[in-house]
Design a protein around this ligand. Structure first.
Ligand SMILES: [Zn+2]
Length: 259
């Protein structure tokens, strides 16, 4: 274990001396100028461990998704496969995926229920070998894991004992723009939301004209593609509507101001 902070190094040394003296010569101070995370590629590894997609050497990739209830791992082959050696290619991709999944569970510190969606295989022996590879790769894990049989749809259910928070929960927070959904209402959807809000507002309150503040992308959609709809709406409510782009607004954010 190499530690770049002199203070942390000394504290660690004191702790190890007291509780596991045999390990003392494994603790080193790193006095170098270069950031220790750069030296060992930790920075890049963190970036990779936070991505959903994990590339496989065989050209395939995994998609790792952490939800409230469980983690799902989807195994994909890369691009088009010929039909001749399909089963063999799928089998090899799944074997590699089984090793990669075990590593990702450790690196990302994922616990609880994990569902792995391997690519469909016909050969029963291949299925057994993939399960065996998964179990073998998991045997190096310090956390307790249990793997169940492959379901008829090719899903493997497994559990991994939860220790601390996952890497993502530790380093990230839900995106405030999409409130953790991972997607935003399209500019088109927001346009029609604004139109409905306008009709609602003029029915409730008196005003001469309206001012709408919205994200630039939404406003440009309204004045370009929706200009006919705006004209129709203005005629219907018998008031003029002015649209003003606000750089600070997120795509879903808007205000209808009655003037
Ligand atoms: Zn977001």
């Amino acid at each position: 274990m190499r530690i770049d902070s002199r203070e942390t190094f000394e504290r660690t040394l004191k702790f190890v001396n007291q509780f596991m003296p045999k390990m003392v010569d494994r603790i080193e101070h790193y006095p170098g100028e270069r950031p220790i995370f750069d030296l060992y590629g930790v920075e890049d590894e963190i970036q990779r461990a936070l991505k959903k997609e994990v590339p496989l050497k065989s050209g395939g990739y995994l998609i790792v998704d952490q939800t409230e209830a469980m983690t799902t791992v989807d195994v994909n082959t890369g691009g088009f496969l010929g039909t001749r050696n399909l089963e063999e290619t799928v089998y090899r991709t799944n074997l590699e995926a089984a090793q990669a999944v075990a590593r990702q569970l450790r690196v990302r510190n994922l616990g609880g229920i994990i569902i792995i969606d391997f690519i469909d295989m016909v050969d029963e022996e291949h299925k057994r070998q993939v399960l065996r590879q998964l179990e073998k790769s998991l045997s190096r894990d310090h956390a307790k894991t249990t793997v169940y049989d492959m379901s008829p749809l090719g899903l493997v259910e497994m559990t991994r004992k939860r220790t601390t928070e996952s890497l993502e929960r530790l380093l990230c927070e839900p995106c405030p723009t999409c409130i953790g959904r991972g997607s935003l209402k399209t500019a088109e959807t927001v346009c029609y939301e604004i139109f409905r809000e306008i009709t609602r507002a003029v029915r409730q309150f008196d005003c001469e004209k309206l001012l709408v503040l919205a994200a630039p992308k939404v406003v440009s959609r309204i004045v370009d593609e929706e200009s006919a709809a705006v004209a129709e709406l203005e005629e219907f409510i018998r008031k003029t509507i002015r649209f003003q782009p606000e750089d600070q607004y997120s795509q879903e954010q808007y205000d209808v101001v009655l003037l």
